[in-house]
Write a protein that binds this ligand. Structure first.
Ligand code: ADP
Length: 804
C-alpha cells in the first residue's frame, strides 16, 4: 500500500501518515476543486485506487451518483460556511459494490481543503433497515419524472433525483457516473430562498419560482414541499417536488395574447396594429428574432408594409408599395410561389444580391425565413418573415409560436382585405347608383320592383317624379292607380291582372298629374324571380309624352303628304288620260258609229218585204257587240278616273301591262310606232293596287311615245319587257326616242321637271313614289343605241310582299 501525494499538496509527516493508515476509517483530503489531495491506505484499498500512479482524481468518482451532488455541493460550500458536516453516502468498493458510510467532512483551512473521515455504517439489523429505507426512498424518487430534491433543515442539499439532475444539467445522459468539475450545485440555491420562507411560515408549501435550466434559460418551476419525518418523529429532510411549468405558462401566455389579438381583429382594429402586436409577442417569446409582416394589395401585385418594429426603417422602403415581382428576394419568391423560403446562410445564397439581401447583410442578419400567409381561400394575403443574425433551429415550442402568429396574421389581413374590397365595391356601387339616377333622369325612365300579389314595391327616384308623387309616399299600386287617366284605368287593371298571373306586360297609358297635365306613360314589366310562388316584377315606366307628340305630328304630316300625293296622282292620272283623249274618243266613237250604222241597217232590213230577219238579227248582234265594246272602254276610263283609296290585291303584272297596251295601241298605230311586248311567262303575282300600277305603266308608255314623236331616221319602236330576278319582278319600257343625258337620269324623277311645252313634270315623280310605296324602286338609263329605258322593280306577292 502506498501513499502518494499530489505535487501541489503539502506532504504529511510519515508518522502522521502511519497513524492515519491505522485508523478504522477511510481518510482523505480534497482541495477546493474536489480533487483528492491525500488519502490513507484504507481508502486506496477500499476504492482500489493507486493514487501514486493515476492522475489526480475527483473524489466524487467514488461516490454513488445519487449521493454525489449534495456531497460535492458541501465541498464547494465548506470554504464559505467552514462548517463540519456529516453525510450518509455510498462509496464504491473496488469490486464495484456500493456500501453505506457516514462521511464527516471538516474544512481544513481557508483554502477550501476538506478532510474526510468515512466510517462504515454498522451492520446492525436496525441500521440495515434504515439504509434500505433511505435507499428505497431515493430509488423511488429517481423513478419519478418530477424533479425531486432532499434538503436538510440546515438548508443543505442531501439528494437530487435523476430528473432534477437532468433538469439542472448535472447529469449528462451519456456519463451519469462521471463526476465533473462542471457541476454547479450552487444553481440549486434558487430553491433555498423560498424554502427558507416556507420554513419560517411565510410561504405556502406550494409555490412557483424561477431557476436556471440546463440550457441556461430561466424557467418557471412549480414546487411543493413535503417534510420527511422519521418514525421517531424527527424531521430529517424537506422533499421538494418540482414541475417545469414554463411550457404551459408560455402556452397560457400565448393563448391570452391570441385571444387579445383575435379580439382586436373582431373589433376591426387595423391590421397594422394587430401585426405590430404580433411581432412584439413573437419577439418576446423567441430570443434573438426580428419579425416582419408584409401585406399584399388586393390585386396581389404590390407589397404593403404590415409591421417590422425591430427592423430599421430602410426595410419599409424595400417593400412598401413595391411590385411583388420587382426584387426577386425571399419574400417576393414566397409571395409568388406560395411556398416558404428559408435561407440559412445568406452569404452563401444568391439572395444576397437582392435589395432585401443587401439590407440584411448591412444589418448582419444572415438568416431569413419567409412564410406565405394564406387566406382561407388559399390565396397569398401576405408574408411573415423572421430574420436572425445566424441560423438557429426553432424549437418545437417556438415553431408553434411562429405558426400561431402566421395564423392570426392571416385572419387579420384577410379581414382587412375584405373590408377594403367592400369599401371598393361600395364606392363602385354608389357611383353606378348615381349614374343610374342620372340616366333615369335624362331618359325620363323610372324603375320599379314589385311583388304585385303582396303589393310590395320599390320605386326609383325618377318613378316618383314621373308619377308626380311625394317621395314620402309609401309605394303601392293604389298610389299609382290614383294618377291613372279614368279612361285608361280599365286597361291598367287588366295589365295588373296579367301581372298577378305572372305575365309580363308592355303598354301605354295616360296619367293626370297634380297640375292637371296629361302625360303618356309606357310601362314595361317582366317577371325576374319568384318569392315562394309570388312572381316579382322588375320594370320601367317611361314618360313618352314628348315622343308621342312628335310622333303624332309626324303622323299628321305624313297623312297630309299622302293626301297631297293622292291629289297629285289624281291630277297626273287625269292628265295622262287626257293625253289619250283622241284615242279614247276614237275608241268610243267607233263602236258608237258602228252601233248607229248597224241599228239603221237593222231597221232597213226589217222594213223589207219580206223583212230579212236573219240579216237583221246579224246586225242587231253586231250592235250589241259594239255597245259592249264602248261600255268596256267607258268602264275602264271610269275606273282610271275614279278617285279611290288604294286597295291591295294580288296582280298579274303581265295582265295589267297588256291592258295598258290595249288602251294606247291605237295611239301608237297612228304615230307609226311599232310595239313589241316580251312578257316573261310564269311570273308570280305582285301585291299592289291595280289602278296605281296601271297608271305608272301608262305614264311610261306615253312618255316613250312622246319621246319618239319627232324622231326621223330610225324606226320608232317601243318595247315592253317583263322579267324576274329572284323575288323581284321588273317591267321595262324601252323606247327609241330622243334619249336622256347620262347625268340627268335622276332629274327626270324630280317633281315638276319637264322639257315639254304642256308638260307638268309630275308623272315620273308620282310614278316613283307609287313604286316605292309598293316596296320597289324605279330608274331610267340611256340606251346603248338611241332612246331611253325607264323601268321599275317590285317584289312578288308574300311571303316577301310589303304592304303599302
Ligand atoms: P312630263 O311628261 O309632264 O314632262 P314626266 O314627269 O312624266 O312629266 O317627265 C318629266 C321629264 O322627263 C319629261 O319632260 C322629259 O323631259 C323627260 N322624260 C320622261 N320620259 C322620257 C323618255 N322616255 N325619253 C326622254 N325623256 C323623257
Amino acid at each position: 500500500m502506498s501513499i502518494s501525494l499530489n505535487e501541489e499538496v503539502t506532504p504529511i509527516e510519515p508518522d502522521a501518515a502511519l497513524i492515519l493508515d491505522h485508523l478504522p476509517g477511510l481518510v482523505w483530503t480534497t482541495d477546493e476543486t474536489g480533487t483528492i489531495s491525500y488519502c490513507n491506505s484504507r481508502f486506496g484499498e477500499y476504492a482500489g485506487i493507486d493514487f501514486g500512479l493515476s492522475h489526480p482524481s475527483h473524489w466524487a468518482r467514488v461516490l454513488h451518483p445519487d449521493d454525489a451532488v449534495f456531497a460535492v455541493q458541501y465541498g464547494q460550500n465548506a470554504r464559505r460556511t467552514k462548517r463540519r458536516r456529516v453525510i450518509n453516502a455510498r462509496l464504491r468498493r473496488k469490486d464495484g459494490e456500493f456500501r453505506w458510510f457516514e462521511l464527516a467532512g471538516s474544512p481544513l483551512a481557508d483554502d477550501g481543503r476538506i478532510c474526510w473521515l468515512a466510517t462504515e455504517r454498522r451492520e446492525s439489523a436496525n441500521d440495515r433497515t434504515q439504509e434500505d429505507i433511505e435507499g428505497g426512498f431515493r430509488r423511488f424518487l429517481n423513478s419519478l419524472s418530477l424533479s425531486a430534491l432532499l434538503i436538510s433543515p440546515g438548508l443543505e442539499l442531501e439528494f437530487a433525483n435523476q430528473a432534477a439532475l437532468r433538469w439542472y444539467g448535472f447529469l449528462p445522459e451519456s456519463s451519469a457516473q462521471e463526476a465533473s468539475a462542471d457541476r454547479e450545485p450552487r444553481k440549486l440555491d434558487e430553491i433555498l430562498l423560498p424554502l427558507k420562507a416556507y420554513m419560517e411560515g411565510e410561504q405556502t408549501p406550494v409555490f412557483s419560482y424561477q431557476a436556471q435550466h440546463a440550457d441556461g434559460t430561466l424557467r418557471w418551476l412549480e414546487a411543493q414541499v413535503v417534510p420527511v419525518i422519521e418514525k421517531s418523529g424527527e424531521l430529517t429532510n424537506y422533499c421538494v417536488l418540482q414541475n417545469d411549468v414554463q411550457d404551459s405558462r408560455d402556452a397560457a401566455y400565448l393563448l391570452g395574447k391570441e385571444m387579445e389579438m383575435l379580439d382586436m381583429v373582431a373589433r376591426g382594429t387595423p391590421s397594422a396594429s394587430v401585426l405590430q402586436k404580433l411581432c412584439n409577442v413573437v419577439e418576446d417569446l423567441i430570443p434573438d428574432l426580428f419579425c416582419c409582416f408584409l401585406e399584399l394589395s388586393l390585386d396581389r401585385k404590390f407589397f404593403r408594409m404590415g409591421a417590422a418594429p425591430r427592423l430599421p426603417s430602410e426595410f419599409r422602403e424595400i417593400f412598401d408599395q413595391k411590385s411583388v415581382a420587382s426584387d426577386k428576394n425571399a419574400c417576393s419568391f414566397a409571395a409568388l410561389t406560395k411556398k416558404a423560403v428559408e435561407i440559412q446562410n445568406l452569404l452563401e445564397s444568391d439572395y444576397r444580391h437582392t435589395s432585401m439581401g443587401q439590407f440584411m447583410l448591412a444589418n448582419r442578419l444572415n438568416y431569413c425565413h419567409a412564410i406565405p400567409i394564406l387566406s382561407p381561400y388559399g390565396n397569398t394575403a401576405g408574408i411573415f418573415a423572421i430574420l436572425r443574425h445566424q441560423y438557429t433551429e426553432l424549437k418545437p415550442r417556438e415553431r408553434q409560436i411562429v405558426d400561431r402568429a402566421a395564423h392570426i396574421a392571416g385572419i387579420s389581413i384577410d379581414r382587412t382585405r375584405h373590408e377594403e374590397a367592400l369599401v371598393k365595391r361600395e364606392t363602385q356601387f354608389k357611383r353606378s347608383q348615381a349614374q343610374l339616377v342620372a340616366a333615369q333622369r335624362i331618359s325620363s325612365t323610372g324603375s320599379f320592383t314589385s311583388d304585385v300579389q303582396r303589393d310590395e314595391n320599390i320605386w326609383s327616384e325618377e318613378f316618383y317624379r314621373i308619377f308626380d308623387l311625394d317621395p314620402e309616399v309609401e309605394p303601392s299600386i293604389d298610389a299609382v292607380r290614383e294618377r291613372i287617366h279614368p279612361e285608361d284605368l280599365e286597361l291598367f287593371d287588366v295589365e295588373m291582372q296579367r301581372g298577378l298571373a305572372g305575365e309580363g306586360s308592355d303598354f301605354v297609358f295616360r296619367i293626370i298629374r297634380t297640375d292637371a297635365s296629361v302625360r303618356f306613360i309606357r310601362g314595361l314589366a317582366k317577371v325576374t324571380h319568384y318569392i315562394g310562388d309570388h312572381p316579382v316584377f322588375m320594370g320601367t315606366v317611361q314618360d313618352i309624352t314628348e315622343t308621342k307628340r312628335a310622333e303624332d305630328a309626324i303622323r299628321r304630316s305624313e297623312e297630309a303628304l299622302l293626301k297631297a300625293r293622292e291629289e297629285l296622282a289624281y291630277v297626273s292620272r287625269a292628265m295622262t288620260i287626257s293625253a289619250l283623249t283622241t284615242s279614247i274618243a276614237h275608241e268610243v266613237s267607233q263602236p258608237l258609229s258602228g252601233i248607229l250604222a248597224n241599228a239603221n241597217a237593222c231597221v232597213r232590213l226589217l222594213a223589207l218585204d219580206p223583212p230579212d230577219i236573219a240579216s237583221a238579227a246579224d246586225t242587231a248582234r253586231r250592235t250589241i257587240r259594239d255597245t259592249m265594246r264602248a261600255t268596256e272602254v267607258v268602264k275602264r276610263l271610269r275606273a282610271m278616273f275614279k278617285r279611290q283609296s288604294p286597295t291591295m290585291e294580288d296582280i298579274d303584272l303581265n295582265e295589267i301591262a297588256r291592258e295598258v297596251i290595249a288602251l294606247s295601241a291605237r295611239d301608237m298605230r297612228e304615230r307609226s310606232i311599232v310595239l313589241e311586248s316580251r312578257l316573261a311567262s310564269g311570273l308570280p303575282s305582285v301585291r299592289g293596287d291595280r289602278i296605281q300600277l296601271q297608271q305608272v305603266i301608262l305614264n311610261l308608255v306615253l312618255n316613250g311615245i312622246e319621246a319618239m314623236a319627232e324622231i326621223e331616221g330610225w324606226p320608232r319602236r317601243l318595247l315592253v319587257l317583263t322579267s324576274r330576278e329572284e323575288d323581284m319582278l321588273t317591267l321595262s319600257i324601252v323606247d327609241a326616242g330622243v334619249g336622256i343625258a347620262a347625268d340627268s337620269a335622276e332629274r327626270l324623277f324630280e317633281p315638276f321637271f319637264t322639257t315639254k311645252r304642256n308638260g307638268m313634270g309630275i308623272g315620273l315623280s308620282v310614278s316613283r313614289s307609287i313604286i316605292e310605296n309598293h316596296g320597289g324602286h324605279m330608274w331610267a338609263t340611256p340606251n346603248d343605241g338611241p332612246g331611253t329605258t325607264v323601268a321599275f322593280s317590285i317584289p312578288r306577292s308574300p311571303p316577301l310582299a310589303q304592304s303599302v
